[in-house]
Design a protein around this ligand. Structure first.
Ligand SMILES: [Zn+2]
Length: 341
């Protein structure tokens, strides 16, 4: 009986010394010294031992129990210390490491150029007029002198919604009608910025969505000279005082006469290069005197009032200003591009 006792003792002591973790140690405790542990069970067997062996047996069991309790406490302390050590090693803070840089956000290049355009027009007394992205066919085309069968509709491939007659605006020009109807008969000086949508093939030069900034001035005695002077001033403010500009006759349904404005090529200074296709000039906007029909649709009597309007692409201006060769970069969300601005 006593031999068996010693065997159990040695066995559990050996087990104890190889418990690798605290949780394994707790299992060991339960197995040996817990309420139903094998050493605890031994103390209950004292009664079954013969009279003469009983004192020896009882003493020995208590001894073993106490020894194991002590060994357990020591092992627990050792394991806790080891755990702390490894924590200090693996979770240590290396104060010599460089810190992680906080990345600062920045404005999208389109937003930057838009704000520059707002500022310039603001200086000239034009206020920003916000107009909706979703338009009716009437505002996007008809009221701008582009009736259903007009061949000019071919110039704009349109995104239609599931509601007949409701489309995504193909240009910011419908905002002209909204502004005129709101301000009539007061004079108007507004710019109308915003996103436009065209169902086109995406290439280096055209996107299905892009910003436009429309401009509109309406009042008495506004002439083509006002248009030329104002737009020339704008071009010099955004591209530099020394830049030459020119106007070329063009056609738009909502202006008469209509023109396109070119600025001297920024890359070759007018001597001719690939970007300007060896003309020395870059087109930056379309413009013209507001068509009498459009004035009338906005509520203004074309015999009394006149006005000029223009439309430009901020992304295109940013491309010229910063030498960006592909419009697709603007909405591709590539940080390598965006971080350059
Ligand atoms: Zn050039």
């Amino acid at each position: 009986m006593l031999e068996e006792l010693d065997e159990i003792y040695e066995h559990s002591l050996r087990d104890l010394t190889i418990t690798p973790t605290i949780s394994e140690l707790e299992k060991w405790y339960k197995r040996n010294l817990g309420r139903k542990g094998q050493v605890t069970e031994l103390t209950r067997q004292v009664g079954q031992v013969s009279q003469e062996d009983r004192p020896t047996f009882g003493r020995r069991v208590n001894e073993i129990k106490q020894n194991l309790e002590n060994a357990y406490e020591k092992r627990l302390a050792d394991l806790k210390a080891a755990e702390l050590d490894s924590l200090l090693v693996f979770d240590s803070i290396d104060v010599t490491l460089p810190g992680r840089r906080q990345l600062r956000g920045r404005l999208h290049p389109s937003t930057q150029i838009l704000r520059e355009i707002y500022r310039i027009w603001g200086d000239m007394g034009f206020q920003v007029y916000r107009s909706r992205d979703v338009e009716t066919d009437e505002f996007n085309f008809e009221l701008l002198n582009i009736p259903e069968d007009h061949p000019a509709r071919d110039m704009w491939d349109t995104f239609h919604t599931t509601t007949p007659g409701v489309i995504l605006r193909t240009h910011t020009s419908p905002g002209q009608i909204h502004a005129m109807r709101e301000y009539c008969p007061e004079p108007i000086r507004v710019i109308l910025p915003g996103m436009c949508y065209r169902y086109e093939q995406i290439t280096a030069r055209s996107e299905i969505q892009f910003n436009q900034v429309e401009g509109l001035a309406v009042g008495r005695y506004i002439t083509m000279a006002d248009l030329k002077g104002t737009l020339t001033d704008f071009a010099k403010r955004i591209f530099g005082k020394e830049r030459a500009t020119r106007f070329r006759a063009n056609y738009f349904p909502f202006t008469e006469p209509s023109a396109e404005m070119d600025v001297e090529c920024i890359l070759c200074n007018g001597s001719g290069c690939q970007v300007c296709q060896y003309t020395g000039w870059l087109e930056i906007l379309g413009c013209g005197m507001v068509h009498p029909t459009v004035l009338r649709n906005g509520g203004y009597d074309p015999d009394v009032y006149s006005g000029f309007a223009f439309g430009m692409g901020p992304e295109r201006i940013a491309m010229l200003k910063y030498g960006i060769d592909d419009i697709r970069y603007f909405w591709a969300n590539d940080l390598r591009f965006l971080e350059q601005f």
